[in-house]
Write a protein of this length. Structure first.
Length: 165
């Protein structure tokens, strides 16, 4: 749903599973750091708010958004985690670079969801302007990091419930 119609930080807390027994990896792009740090802050605070212990939130950084793919793969293969949240921000410029990076990261995260038995959460802001990114990293449209944290908790719960059947 377009953020013009739905605030990224709005959710019904009654529908969010308890995260007290969950371990979550977060991979953060250093590119557009003012935005990605805000996304990380939102994700971290939301996870803790819903019971995830701070020591069970593993955070690592990669240079750019394209590297989120390798960073996510590395986390799942080397750490015991229940989900990976990939956070980045790509702002459209005057070259086709934007399309290549966004497409590559989208496909890479999608592939991870197919290859591994844990959810990979797509937290890549793809905006036309830096102002749009700021509006989605704690501004008037909420924080995509909050949304990603809630999605991770719900997807871990989804996976676990469907293992039991």
């Amino acid at each position: 749903m377009a953020t013009a119609y739905h605030n990224l930080s709005s959710y019904n807390p009654e529908t969010v599973p308890d995260g007290s027994d969950m371990r979550i990896g977060i991979v953060v792009s250093e590119w557009n750091e003012n935005i990605t740090k805000a996304l990380l802050d939102g994700a971290f605070k939301t996870l803790v708010k819903h019971g995830v212990k701070s020591e069970n939130i593993l955070i690592d950084f990669v240079p750019g958004s394209f590297e989120l793919i390798f960073g996510s793969k590395h986390l799942v293969e080397n750490k015991e985690i229940d989900a990976v949240i990939a956070l980045g921000c790509v702002v459209r410029g005057g070259t086709p670079h934007f399309e290549y990076v966004c497409s590559g990261v989208t496909q890479g995260i999608a592939d991870m969801n197919i290859r591994y038995d844990i959810p990979f959460i797509f937290g890549l802001l793809t905006t036309d302007t830096m102002q749009q990114a700021e509006e989605r990293a704690g501004g008037i449209h909420g924080n995509k990091g909050d949304e990603c944290a809630i999605t991770a908790l719900k997807m871990i719960d989804f996976y676990r419930r469907n293992l039991e059947e």
